[in-house]
Design a protein around this ligand. Structure first.
Ligand code: NAD
Length: 311
């Protein structure tokens, strides 16, 4: 099949491109390199089944494809708050442009949505039936609300134009090729530990997160895309919850670092708890995460230490 991956030069997108090429597909990677990097896909450029298009999803484009994975969107607060208007445009106009292609060429389209559509949830763990608790006015809203509208557009193109859609709500994902400068917990903690710097925990560190390794996530994306007749939304994430402070301690132990933990004030709108209920993914896709956090962290630590050594 010919598969379009928007945001294909990003963290998750580049792993997805690799996997699709291994399965023998023709892959078109579309990216404007806002947060993605040529380094993430440099090793794919010689593959004759791989094509790279530098393009912004907020602009229309015409492509003939069978599948569209719509991942283009900055994903970490530092990046999506850099130009919040553009972030909303990327989600909303990007979804409209990609749905336009899907409608025209009858391609199946998967939207990378997010656990952030649940906002600061009042229900734990979150099932897909939960409508969320999102602040429309906050500094995270450009991302959360942009993604919510993208879901709405997917459903309306499906109901109105019979576009074959899939909606996946991705929870925190980590692994090699995560951006180093994105201020996210995993990359921050690993880099601070590798450099022997203080590890910064926001608030008391009692807020919990659950982290899914990228190869597990990619497996879930592909299963969802190819699952007949099930459009979602479906949660994909790792339900094993860890408090931030426990996580910091684990990284200190795995890197053998001498770093100390220091505490800073909690940013606005920071969710206290976030844990996926993945019963639906288990039932419909036969999917659940397989990679143990120690193994996933080891691979991620190796990646960051090689980046530090070549910097
Ligand atoms: P990432 O920032 O590494 O990847 C996003 C990619 O999209 C980058 O390559 C970037 O250059 C590209 N991009 C951004 N704006 C664009 C535009 N206007 N036109 C074309 N390309 C554009 O982030 P990621 O972690 O790989 O996330 C991929 C997708 O998964 C995003 O849609 C994100 O919202 C979603 N997601 C990720 C996580 C996570 O934990 N990583 C969690 C929930 C949802």
């Amino acid at each position: 099949m010919r598969v379009l991956v928007t945001g294909g030069a990003g963290f998750i997108g580049s792993h997805l491109c690799e996997r699709l090429l291994r399965e023998g597909h023709d892959v078109i990677c579309l990216d404007n390199f806002f947060t993605g990097s040529k380094l993430n896909i440099a090793h794919l450029l010689d593959n004759r089944n791989f094509e790279l298009i530098r393009h912004d999803v907020t602009q229309p484009i015409l492509l003939e494809v069978d599948r569209i994975y719509n991942l283009a969107c900055p994903a970490s607060p530092i990046h999506y708050q850099y130009n919040p208007v553009k972030t909303t445009k990327t989600s909303v106009m990007g979804a409209i442009n990609m749905l336009g292609i899907a409608k025209r060429v009858r391609a199946r389209i998967l939207q990378a949505s997010t656990s952030e559509v649940y906002g600061d949830p009042q229900v734990h763990p979150q099932t897909e039936a939960y409508w969320g608790n999102v602040n429309t006015l906050g500094v995270r809203s450009c991302y959360d609300e942009g993604k919510r509208v993208a879901e709405t557009l997917m459903m309306d193109y499906h109901r109105q134009n019979h576009v074959d859609i899939r909606i996946v709500r991705i929870f925190n994902t980590y692994g090699p090729k995560m951006a180093e400068n994105d201020g996210r917990v995993v990359s921050n903690f690993i880099l601070q530990a590798l450099k022997g710097e203080d590890i910064t925990v926001y608030g008391e560190g009692e807020q919990t997160r659950s982290f899914c390794f990228v190869s597990d996530l990619v497996e879930g994306l592909i299963r969802m895309m190819e699952c007949p007749g099930f459009i979602g939304p479906v949660n994909l994430g790792n339900p094993t919850e860890t408090t931030i402070v426990e996580f910091a301690k684990k990284i200190i132990a795995l890197t053998g670092s001498s770093s100390r933990i220091v505490y800073r004030p909690l940013p606005a709108d920071d969710p206290k708890q976030r844990q996926p209920d993945i019963s639906l993914a288990k039932q419909m896709l036969g999917w659940e995460p397989k990679v143990h956090v120690d193994e996933g962290l080891k691979q991620t630590i190796d990646y960051f230490s090689s980046r530090l050594n070549t910097a």
